[in-house]
Design a protein around this ligand. Structure first.
Ligand code: ADP
Ligand code: MG
Length: 604
């Protein structure tokens, strides 16, 4: 076969496959162009999730009539840097406009500040029409209609209008955070208007964060400001009590460019590891500023990824600065002093009813009872033992009967008979040859999760009517997402309805959750759905929803249980596969063999 050069339109459509994945990516490119043009006001309008119409209007420097054809020409840019590593504007690849024009009906109308009139150019599925003079306001209007009409295969990948317009909102917010003095308006027939006025206060950056992320973030966050070897980090992080169910609300910027970088997300997770449970995520806006030569922004066509010359430096800077800020604000990391004692315990998840009994646990754990390592576990155990006595007067009223009741029938059970509840969260149980401590919150969470998953497969989960319906105010896209999943949520026992543009009304909650914080449950579900909407299969989405609900329904620590309730929980755990670990992979119970206890006291 002869070798031929690809036609221009096809080249652009191939590029479009990478640069314009969905309507939100078009918005990103057009808004970035407007910012590069020095705009102070940017208006974005959408219809049909951006698939039928996207319009971006700015008051920037405009494009001269004779340059319009160049703007839509491939590899044409006014942002040429002398060095590919010295890129200071948001654009530079000269790819966006020709790519967009190759897959849609594109119109650009523009006027430069000193020109009398403006000019307009059209590109229809890659066909360029001659530029013509028109009346125009100062600045640039870019209109994209029928996105992907020229590449129908791509259209099939779109998620539906709601999801696409939500993604557009996210893009605009993300960019708006980095440009606090620019006014943004996002409107359209498929949404209610989002207006972000220019931040004019003494601290525009903080004002903008409050505008975009909500006043409560501004109030529940602490500033970050650090520098290491020429890399500067600034921004704000939430305090641990203000966490979310997903990492969606983490905004990162490198030299003013919004990025979705795994390094930043990972560093945040690391920095919060001691203060946040694994299933909660900090809310953050972090700005990294460094010599452009030390970062490659050219690794991804949509310029959303970056590559740092020294990733370890950036990671260390983030982890260090965040930890320090948390410490200074009085947040203490969760203590891990019990770790030594934990080494003597067997984590839950034992294979009862099968497998040989492990009668030599000492070898498995590396013989800690010898010599020098003896002191620490002993200290830890002594502390815990004291705690048991402290707690007994609280729990004993409920438990006393059980103490005298014949434990004979309970003991044969793998998790034994409940003897006491301590610190209102831990059930201490006795088996024939061991001591079991159950984390009742974690255990209950796991059981509810399994029951909800069963409910999804078999019959709907029982719901309980709220005495008064509860209204939860939410960002519109969250309310949309919840409403779109209402049938499914109903199967799980959560009766939810749309209540005006930015709210939902909750009438029923799953009975097994008991009394639950409806507001927080609904917000966490919205987060969860937002994150899983985009990528995962229905099955994964359902499991995630079930897990989020389960977390809310668990017997929270702090609830006093009656002996029969405790025993019922133990029996239920034994009957539920996988109940040895909670939904987050932590053990739901630990077991200490009698032989080990005897060793602890030097009896063996
Ligand atoms: P890039 O942004 O990488 O340069 P684009 O294809 O996005 O490539 O844009 C091509 C060129 O068109 C830009 O370099 C710029 O000169 C011009 N341009 C695009 N949008 C605007 C705008 N809103 N205002 C002024 N000039 C613009
Ligand atoms: Mg551009």
């Amino acid at each position: 076969m002869p070798i031929r050069q690809l036609p221009e339109t096809m080249i652009n459509q191939i590029a479009a496959g990478e640069v314009v994945e969905r309507p939100a990516s078009v918005v990103k490119e057009l808004v970035e162009n407007a910012l590069d043009a020095g705009a102070s006001r940017i208006e974005v309008a959408t219809a049909g999730g951006g698939l039928s119409l996207l319009r971006v209007i700015d008051d920037g420097c405009g494009i001269a009539p004779d340059e319009l054809p160049l703007a839509v020409g491939r590899h044409c840019t006014s942002k040429l840097a002398d060095d590919i590593h010295d890129i200071r504007s948001l654009g530079f690849r000269g790819e966006a406009l020709p790519s967009i024009g190759s897959v849609s009906r594109l119109v650009i109308r523009s006027r430069t500040p000193d020109a009398q009139g403006g000019a307009e150019i059209r590109v229809d599925g890659g066909n360029l029409h001659a530029a013509k003079p028109v009346a125009a306001n100062r600045g640039t209007l870019v209109e994209v209609r029928d996105l992907f009409f020229a590449t129908p295969a791509r259209l099939k990948f779109m998620k539906g209008e709601r999801s696409e317009s939500a993604a557009i909102t996210d893009v605009v917010k993300r960019i708006a955070i980095a440009f606090p003095t620019v006014r943004f308006v996002l409107s359209g027939s498929d949404r209610s208007t989002l207006e972000i006025p220019s931040a004019g206060s003494a601290d525009p950056s903080l004002e903008r964060l409050a505008q975009v992320m909500g006043a409560d973030f501004a109030e529940n966050s602490i500033p970050i400001d650090a520098e290491r070897e020429g890399v500067r980090l600034s921004g704000r992080i939430s305090i641990p009590s203000f966490s979310r169910a997903t990492a969606q609300q983490q905004y990162a910027y490198v030299n003013g460019r919004p990025v979705r970088d795994k390094l930043v997300a990972g560093a945040l997770r690391g920095a919060f590891a001691d203060t946040l449970p694994r299933d909660r995520h900090a809310v953050a806006a972090l700005f990294i500023t460094l010599d452009p030569a030390l970062v490659d922004v050219n690794v991804h066509p949509a310029k959303a990824d970056v590559r740092f010359r020294d990733p370890g430096l950036v990671r260390g800077l983030i982890v260090g600065a965040v930890k320090q800020a948390l410490a200074q604000s009085g947040v203490r990391p969760a203590t891990t002093s019990a770790a030594a004692m934990m080494a003597a315990f067997r984590p839950g998840g034992a294979r009862w009813g099968g497998g040989p009994d492990d009668s030599h646990p000492r070898e498995r754990r590396g013989g800690w009872s010898a010599g020098s390592s003896f002191q620490r576990p002993l200290g830890g155990f002594a502390e815990a033992a004291q705690a048991v006595f402290d707690a007994v007067p609280l729990a004993s009223a409920d438990v006393r009967t059980e103490m005298h009741a014949a434990p004979a029938e309970a003991e044969p059970h793998p998790l034994g008979a409940a003897r006491a509840q301590i610190h209102e969260n831990y059930i201490v149980a006795q088996t024939r040859d061991s001591l079991v401590i159950v984390d009742q919150h974690a255990a209950h969470e796991r059981l509810v999760y399994e029951a909800l998953k069963n409910g999804l497969e078999a019959r709907p989960v029982a719901a309980q009517m709220l005495l008064l319906p509860e209204i939860v105010d939410l960002p519109e896209e969250d309310a949309d997402r919840l409403a779109a999943h209402s049938a499914l949520l109903a199967r799980l026992g959560l009766g939810i309805e749309r209540f005006g543009p930015g709210a939902v009304c909750v009438r029923e909650t799953p009975a097994m959750l008991g009394e639950t914080d409806v507001q927080q449950l609904v917000r966490d579900l919205a987060d969860e759905i937002a994150e899983h909407d985009t990528a995962d299969t229905l099955k994964e989405r359902l499991d995630a929803i079930a897990a989020t609900m389960a977390c809310h329904g668990s017997v929270r620590s702090g609830r006093r249980l009656k002996p029969e309730e405790m025993n019922a929980l133990l029996r239920q755990m034994e009957a539920t596969p996988g109940s040895g670990t909670c939904n987050h992979g932590r053990p739901t119970y630990v077991e200490l063999k009698l032989a080990d206890i005897e060793r602890l006291f030097g009896r063996r």
